[in-house]
Design a protein around this ligand. Sequence first.
Ligand SMILES: [Zn+2]
Ligand SMILES: [Zn+2]
Length: 116
Amino acid sequence: MFFIGVFGINNRSKKIKEVLFKCTGCLNNKGELIEISNVFEIFFIPVFKFNKKYILKCTTCGSMYKLNKESIGKIIETEKVTYEDMEEVIYENRVCECGEKIIDGYEYCPKCGRKL
Ligand SMILES: [Zn+2]
Ligand SMILES: [Zn+2]
């Protein structure tokens, strides 16, 4: 956050709703639709929002995906996210079938030795 006198630009994120989504990271199927926007503030009062972005976050493993703006209306209506709605992967958490968290770059699970 930075302030120029009484004006400021702040980053806000807001959970819109829970959606169905098949996570490739942990095979869970629940995600959260999150709106991230920059807010122009005067005396800490939000005046307008700009640069809106929509993010899908897996509630179990925390993987995050940036969503296509054009898909948001459909997602809110159907409460489902498909792979076509995604613009890019921001962060993908990988979890082995045994439950062990996998660090990026690993080909085998350090706990059970399964190939990933
Ligand atoms: Zn997940
Ligand atoms: Zn494992």
